[in-house]
Design a binder for this molecule. Sequence first.
Ligand code: NAP
Length: 326
Amino acid sequence: MPTAAVLGASGYTGQETLDRVLAHPELELVALGSDSLAGRGAAALDVRLNGNLPPFVPNAEALAAGAEVVFACLGHEEAAALEPPAGAVVVDLSGAHRLDDPALYAAWYGFEHPRPETLGDWSYALPELAPPVGPLIANPGCYATAALLALGPVADLLDPDGVVIDAKSGVSGAGRSLQGSSHAGFVLENVSPYRVGSHQHAPEIAQVLGFPVCFVPHLLPVRRGLLVTCYARADADAVRGRLDEAYTGSDVVRILPDDVAPELARVQSTDAAEIAVFSDRATGTAVVVCALDNLGKGAAGQAVQNANLALGLGETAGLRLNGVLV
Ligand SMILES: NC(=O)c1ccc[n+]([C@@H]2O[C@H](COP(=O)([O-])OP(=O)(O)OC[C@H]3O[C@@H](n4cnc5c(N)ncnc54)[C@H](OP(=O)(O)O)[C@@H]3O)[C@@H](O)[C@H]2O)c1
């Protein structure tokens, strides 16, 4: 059974990844990394975790524990400085290894990449479009996953001028640390855009599509789930046909029947995504909508899917593909 380590296990994506590793039929957890919980038992994270699990150790120690697969659930800058252990599969859930051009890190992430010469060693892996190549895997961003599932297979059918992606996410997308912008008093009963024109997923989406898009994220007063509505000049029937073809047989991405709209409620707490295509009667604009869970297909679910592919396991082993009926 391949052994696994989770770094940054006390954060939202770390906790979700840990949950999937524990439910995975073919992975054995051997190291639980958390700088903030180091020295404490697993129950310090959640009382339901018991003494059979390894105790928390500092992230550097978990990285060096000899696990065959390491899930790095850390902040961007911390992950950028990681030295991957030789021979291990490493799945980085942060943005630290997603962009090919190191100069983009200063421009979009606000820090100089500390190991720019290593960026070419990592593959940007969105399994439905580009499965991992090699052991170092840059897991796509949550918004980027939804936008690319919606537009990646049809990029050549779109007029690249004026593609707009209107995106909305639950507050867990901002991580567990306390910030004024994710404070209940600001978020509840409220909706607002943020990082308009400067969100770091814009260059990630452009890198895959081959052209820039206007990407505007909004914060929703819900805990989890995200939805992107993509507007482009294109033939909606051709777009629907291509997406149907791209996801036929997929256990993860579902193309909805005509006139059924994606919903957060159906994808929350799952590792699945759903997509629908519409044509705007007034302007002929093609509208592609994708919903997924930012912590599922947008993070931990996709990380485990990528690890499965890299380790030669069943692609969906350990994933949660069905939510409850709502
Ligand atoms: N949230 C999402 O929807 C999402 C989706 C896709 C990708 N990502 C990316 O995944 C990475 C981790 O994101 P995240 O959402 O898991 O972030 P997070 O909840 O803020 O956790 C990030 C790190 O902060 C530490 N931490 C935990 N609780 C904390 C607290 N209360 N105050 C301060 N620090 C705390 C943890 O490290 P220790 O355990 O070592 O202390 C953890 O690794 C980021 O690079 C993010 O961009 C996030």
